[in-house]
Write a protein that binds this ligand. Sequence first.
Ligand code: TYM
Length: 328
Amino acid sequence: MNKKRVFSGIQPSGGIHIGNYLGAIKNWVDFQKDYDNIFCVVDLHTITVRQDPKILKEKIRETAGLLLACGIDVEKSVLFAQSYISAHSELAWILNCFTPMGWLEKMTQFKEKAAGGRERASVGLFDYPVLMAADILLYDTDVVPVGEDQVQHVELARDVAKRFNSLYEKDIFKIPEVKIKKETARVMGLSNSEKKMSKSDAGENNAINLLDTPDVISKKIMAAATDSENKILFDINRPAIYNLLVIYESFSGLTKGEIESKFVDGKYADFKKDLAELVAEKLKPIREKYKEISESGEIEKVLKQGADKARPMAEAKLKEVKEVIGLG
Ligand code: TYM
């Protein structure tokens, strides 16, 4: 039986953090055995806000290297960078012409990212979900595993696909399903538990990056916000400690009950020390593997070979789309 196809992407911006890991990458790694997988470093999404060319180039390789270090296996998955396949941009343009402005106006992430500067935000930032729809729809994707912040964008991709299919009365696009891992779909910041952990927090205490050293991890966790109750319980109404416990749960593999019993008489400082050790221990192999991969000089080759595998699929879908529209 044919395996279902997974597609997902990550931006090569800022530092890849444990929110990205627990909310998305770890699940991608786990899905590899059951699905047919395509993972994409979405560099075209990253240029929706200004980037330093040299840093962007490095970050594309760093992000791909980190995915490999986390366990994305090119024997089981296709890994490439979005800009290597021009069909992504081309389908995005075509889909632009089939997406009402009103649908994009509803996207909460644009409202947050553009903040007060809507007039100055790039058209690309506004249009970002359509490029994301193109990414997904080019590959007959069945399942899109993401964190919670991307759910609305995947829903838009579904709506765009349905609209296109119904206009041309043909099932050109497969309708993708979104998949989130409930517990870690929204890992919050360490110093501000009201805000999700984000790549733009790089260099601050709010996010733990996958390449942080044990010392840095410990400093950030020891400085993390808590509350004054000093009770180590999974209580959603105490978001700061709850978030730290969710991180503990996902890295340790212990159940909520086991964790609560372990720290029943513990103080926050003891729990934080344990958490810092656990996170450092789990990230150590990733850091070591990343060093090995980045020194091997293989990343460029992996991205090129991945693009060579993905391109024929993308081009076949684009051809189908153009034909039904009457282009070319
Ligand atoms: P990006 O690069 O912001 O994030 C990559 C993945 O990490 C998830 N994530 C989180 N999960 C839990 N807690 C957090 N604090 C957290 N922060 C980020 C994101 O939800 C995402 O799954 N637009 C996408 C990239 C993209 C894409 C696609 C994804 C482009 N095309 C097609 C899926 C399919 C983005 O900017 O992700």
